[in-house]
Design a protein around this ligand. Sequence first.
Ligand code: F3S
Length: 292
Amino acid sequence: MEIYKSKVMGFCYGVRRALKIAEKAADSGIKAVTFGPIIHNPQVVEKLAQRGIPAVDNFDGLTDETVIIRSHGVGPSCYNMLKCKNLALMDATCPFVRRNQEMAHRLVEDGKQVILIGEKRHPEMKSVAEWAVGHSYQVETMEDVDALPPLDEAYIVTQTTFSAVLADRLVEALGKKVKNLHVNKSICDATMQRQQAARELADRVDVMIVIGGRNSANTSRLAEICGEEGARTYHIETAGELKPSWFHSRDKIGITAGASTPDWIIEEVVCIMENMKEMLDQEEMNLDVHKG
Ligand code: F3S
């Protein structure tokens, strides 16, 4: 058994930055909450809650807490609500998400028609859609493209963590439907690099272990990509989920992790995998001795 780690995996710039902001709040001892999970990783969210910074999904009952906005960002209604409730704010919106929000908002203010490509239920998409309210369509699938009305002109803004391959397919289909289509390739570099590295690795191994929250869109995307490349793919959140029965002694195993997966979880998985390798290699040697 051989183990290979993806060239690029784990925390991205935006996630590191968001966690730093939340940890700074925890260190300073201020009363704070995050609006929604700070990142899509239950283990990190739990650790933060233990440090006194829980996640909330609404502002009811908050009086003097500081509200930390997570990396996926929020729409204008959330900022207004915080103002009305006189609650302090720490904004951990990833700058690349902010760029999408501002771009969508500016286009709508200029009277342009916006098409948002991404997962409709993802918090980033919801936030960007709110900045472009009234002048945007959301497209996630080919069926969404078919359902669009005829348009003379439209501007595309893409979810930062969307699949690059699917985005290209949707843009191609939209190009046939919209006479004058302006494309902003706003998938972030961190997403592109992780997807590309996972694809390359999955192509040359038998099994891929993809580590990250089950609620993490970018991690699920990596698992999809690895599956597309033909690797037997297992999406796990923690090392405790690994099963020896998934591996054969001659397997080549690849490991990757989503942009919201912390190093300590990746290291645990690598450590357990190395122990399994030793075990399987030993079993193989014993078998060879018996055969001999
Ligand atoms: Fe930001 Fe890209 Fe990470 S948008 S949160 S750097 S995946």
